[in-house]
Design a protein around this ligand. Structure first.
Ligand SMILES: [Zn+2]
Length: 172
């Protein structure tokens, strides 16, 4: 396994649309392992392939509460087959937008269909933090970021803050 570099906004790769994965291969399994390792190291609860510059429809997540058994998941070619009418507002953060947390409103529950690393199609309903994480990571696969749900002024402020952060980090 190896750690991958997580891209920080603004980066044009974070705005690209990822392509479906035609089949589960060793390189997809390795990508999933690397992404989980990178996510746990960050630490974070979700990471999309586009965040490490890989334009494939893959994301990883583990929303198990702290102190509970880890529940790592590698999701390939996700699709939402249902979303609830009820919405929920919760604070989100993103490994590509460090130290920024803002409230976003999304459907409270979703049903997702995906391809597992076992090569099988899975479908399951998710709520709570899992539902938020799934929608956030699926947005990444379409080049969308959680700051897109905020107003333009706030979005510009956050983007210039990230430009400064990247400059500082590159000096180290
Ligand atoms: Zn994110």
């Amino acid at each position: 396994m190896s750690l991958r570099e997580i891209l920080i906004i603004p980066d044009p790769l974070l705005r690209r649309t990822a392509q479906p994965v035609p089949e589960i291969t060793d390189s997809i399994r390795k990508l999933g392992e690397d992404m989980l390792e990178t996510m746990y190291d960050a630490p974070g609860i979700g990471l999309a392939a586009t965040q490490i510059g890989v334009m494939k429809r893959v994301f990883v997540m583990d929303c198990a509460p702290e102190g509970e058994e880890p529940a790592p998941m590698v999701i390939v070619n996700p699709e939402l087959t249902w979303v609830s009418e009820e919405t929920e507002t919760s604070e989100e953060g993103c490994l590509s937008i460090p130290e920024v947390y803002e409230e976003v409103t999304r459907p409270e529950r979703v049903r997702m269909r995906w391809l597992g690393l076992d090569g099988e199609t899975h479908e399951q309903e998710f709520g709570a933090r899992w539902a938020v994480c799934i929608q956030h990571e699926m947005d990444h696969l379409d080049g969308k970021l959680f700051i897109d749900y905020l107003g333009p002024v706030k979005r510009r402020m956050i983007t210039s803050k990230m430009k400064k952060l990247k400059k500082e980090r590159s000096r180290v």
